[in-house]
Design a protein around this ligand. Structure first.
Ligand code: BG6
Length: 490
């Protein structure tokens, strides 16, 4: 493919995601020589902008991570020269046709031209754009791939409608549905950890694991994104996609191979094996404002873009069960919230007690704390550590909990690529392992749609929690009901 031309069209060129993630990731890939020699980026949006203005707009978000500043500056300039802008309407075929002509101009001296359309736009216009792009702006000499960002619908019905509309213009093969959590280093490593080591996989079942926790917390609120967020809420925004994807990778059976289809076949089985959710399995919360000595932290309802009586959850805990032989009876506890005490994403695997533990009298009273726990910290400060009981060195036989610790920053050099870098490169290479298949989404929406409906129809009132706290107390009760203590509160 290095001999073919590549054009990347960013549809929704002036949006937040494009500026914060797409251009910087494309630049990082370019900088490190991962893009074909002959490539161009086309920004596409409604507003009028010249190429120069577009370049100025992008350049504000590009950073030189690497030390050689000057070289980076040169490369940045070379990168910006490959960025072009095309104004057009989202549902207008002739605007896409003129875009295609311009692209043909920069692709002309290559035999093949490949095109990526990155739809960084609201889902209400996905179908129009997909239709226009495929009918009026497809390459005939190479492949055409389309990257779609969530939200893929609001519930099962809207997802199915969107999916059937999109399938009129795009084949499953062309479609790359992004869940950027799958592009995070520690999530990609999950399969390696499980299947390339002998010591974990044999323990990976109900026989040894008491519970699994997947925790996502942010220490900031919606901050201006309330308009979008209020239509979705935390379950659709984070749990139904990012956290559920983590669970399916974590819990799947060994795939036949590392091929995308084999991996996704196993993930979807996990999703389809989940016990139906009821309101007893869910706790929802919403953050309220809080005054500190120096400042006033705004509540969700203080966000001007949010309706004043909104019941939208900014926090949720969910207890999931997988009805299969491996996981029967093991609670998978998911927790996600905005405006909590800290920013982190992690998986916690709590193992069972050692039967007839010889050291029970030396472990103090809290046998619970003395069970092994494997923590996979996705961010920040990526790490994998295993809590073990160990003798306190010295005379006497006293035990304490300590860690076998693989903290990435201590062990590995160099920066970790951003999730978007990895995923965009996968699209260029046609690797679909980290993208979501249609049937996975179908299963995910089947699981969550009934409780989302119930929460909305019954107008369930979320439990309030103060900005910067550990979230609603109800979340602890939910865990306790299943004999679980949240690991992140220890
Ligand atoms: C997005 C959600 O998908 O993920 C946001 O829409 C959330 O609400 C974000 O803040 C978190 O991503 P990251 O990579 O910053 O953890």
């Amino acid at each position: 493919w290095s001999h073919a031309a590549l054009s990347v069209v960013v549809v929704g060129a002036s949006g937040d995601l494009a500026r914060k993630k797409i251009y910087p990731s494309l630049f990082a890939l370019y900088y490190e020589g991962h893009l074909p020699e002959h490539f161009h980026i086309y920004g596409y949006a409604r507003s009028k902008m010249s190429d120069t203005e577009f370049r100025e707009y992008i350049s504000g978000s590009l950073t030189c991570r690497l030390s050689e500043k000057d070289k980076c500056g040169d490369k940045m300039e070379m990168f910006l020269q490959r960025c072009l802008y095309h104004a057009g309407q989202y549902a207008n075929k002739s605007d896409f046709a003129t875009l295609s002509e311009r692209m043909a101009g920069t692709e002309q001296d290559r035999q093949r031209a490949n095109r990526i359309f990155y739809l960084s736009i609201p889902p209400s216009i996905f179908t129009d754009v997909a239709a226009c792009a495929s009918e009026a702006a497809s390459s005939v000499s190479g492949w055409n791939r389309v990257i779609v960002e969530k939200p893929f619908g609001r519930d099962l019905a809207s997802f199915q409608e969107l999916s059937s509309e999109l399938s009129k213009s795009l084949s499953e093969d062309q479609m790359y549905r992004i869940d950027h959590y799958l592009g995070k280093e520690l999530i990609e490593n999950l399969t390696v950890l499980r299947f390339a080591n002998l010591v974990f996989e044999p323990l990976w079942s109900r026989q040894y694991i008491r519970n699994v926790q997947v925790i996502f917390s942010e220490d900031f609120g919606t901050e201006g994104r309330g308009g979008y967020f209020d239509q979705y809420g935390i379950i659709r925004d984070v749990i139904q996609n990012h956290l559920l994807q983590i669970v399916s990778l974590f819990a799947m059976e060994a795939p036949v191979s590392l091929d995308a289809e084999d991996i996704r076949n196993e993930k979807v089985k996990v999703l389809r094996s989940m016990r139906a959710l009821s309101m007893d399995d869910v706790v929802i919360g919403q953050y309220r404002g809080r005054k500190t000595k120096s400042t006033k932290l705004p509540g969700y309802l203080d966000d001007k873009t949010v309706p004043p009586d909104s019941l939208c959850p900014t926090f949720a805990s969910v207890a999931l069960f997988i009805n299969n032989a491996r996981w029967d009876g093991v609670p998978f506890l998911l927790k996600a919230g905005k405006a909590l005490a800290s920013r982190r994403a992690e998986i916690r695997v709590q193992f069972r007690h050692v039967p007839g533990n010889l050291f029970r009298n030396r472990l103090g009273l809290d046998l619970d704390r003395a069970t092994n726990e494997l923590v996979i910290r996705i961010q920040p400060d990526e790490a994998i550590y295993l809590k073990i009981n160990n003798k306190i060195p010295g005379l006497g036989l006293n035990l304490d909990v300590t860690k076998l610790d693989l903290t990435y920053r201590d062990r590995f050099e160099g920066h970790l690529p951003d999730a978007y870098e990895r995923l965009i490169l996968d699209v260029v290479n046609g690797d679909k392992r980290l993208f979501i298949r249609n049937d996975e989404l179908d299963a995910a929406w089947r699981l969550f749609t009934p409780i989302l409906k119930e929460i909305e129809e019954k107008k369930v009132v979320p439990e309030l929690y103060p900005y910067g706290s550990r979230g609603p107390v109800g979340s602890h009760y939910l865990a306790a009901k299943h004999g679980v203590r949240w690991g992140d509160n220890l």
